[in-house]
Design a protein around this ligand. Structure first.
Ligand SMILES: [Zn+2]
Length: 262
């Protein structure tokens, strides 16, 4: 059998620049040279997290808030939908992990940087409301650059309304878990990302509010090498744990088992 890879199956690792064959990335999309991860799509994330074929998406009639009439926004949305096969920057539904039922939301940074807009806000609210109705625990995978500027103040409003839905969910006493993945930034990090009962970060994820470039440009201070990393946040008590991607599924399964009610 030929050991020669087919054309186009080699990619360059964005972290170390090493050439990696498609087969070498594996299901966790981890570079065999520097062991850093690639950002996952929502579909890839679900595949390595929930039990096979257990995911049932929440169905939505998609609504676009175009009240600000930003030129080119509609076209951008269409392009992102076609490329990612997603309706918006979040996928939400019910699934099982090691047989335990839960509601799960997965944000996707490949869709307009996973930004929070009116529709993403609505989907996440419905996720909390449905978890409340079905008396199920909830896991939210965060991957977001912050609020979506094309929807301006309407995007910022979602930070509050999601927290209201989360508060109502809390009455069920079911556990809610955030998994902060790369990147978790801006208004999303300042809102629901850190508000769930347990806040886990994926190894090597960048997590912060304003980006490093902005901070560098506005402060004279030199930033430490591990600035805004998951590991630094753990050291400062801002997250409960940092877990490697390949151990996340097992970790979440244990948390769900420990918090099972009824
Ligand atoms: Zn690498």
């Amino acid at each position: 059998m030929s050991q020669q890879p087919t054309r186009g199956t080699w990619t360059k690792c964005p972290h170390c620049g090493g050439h990696v064959n498609q087969l070498e990335w594996g299901e966790y999309c981890q570079c065999p040279h520097c062991h850093q991860y690639l950002r996952l799509t929502a579909q890839q994330r679900l595949k390595i997290t929930v039990d096979t074929n257990s995911f049932v998406p929440l169905e939505f009639q998609r609504k676009t808030n175009s009240q600000l009439q930003v030129p080119g926004y509609a076209e951008k949305l269409t392009e992102n939908q076609q490329r990612t096969k997603l309706k918006e920057a979040v996928l939400a539904g019910q699934a099982t992990i090691n047989g335990v039922s839960l509601m799960i939301g997965v944000m996707d940074s490949h869709f307009m940087m996973g930004t929070l807009n009116t529709e993403v806000g609505r989907v996440i609210r419905v996720l909390y409301t449905t978890a409340k109705q079905r008396k199920l625990p909830l896991i939210m995978f965060i991957a977001s650059g912050g609020a979506r500027m094309q929807e301006g103040i309407f995007s910022l409003l979602q930070m509050n309304t999601i927290l209201m839905a989360k508060r109502e969910f809390d009455a069920t006493k079911q556990v809610s878990i955030s998994v902060l993945t790369d990147p978790t930034m801006g208004g999303v990090s300042a809102s629901f990302a850190f508000k769930n009962d347990l806040v886990i970060a994926e190894k090597n994820a960048q997590i912060g509010f304003a980006g490093q470039r902005v901070i560098k440009a506005t402060s004279a201070d030199k930033l430490p090498a591990n600035f805004q990393t998951a590991e630094d946040l753990l050291q400062h008590g801002l997250v409960d744990d940092v877990v490697a991607r390949e151990h996340l599924r097992g970790y979440l399964a244990t948390l769900l088992k420990l918090h099972q009610r009824g």
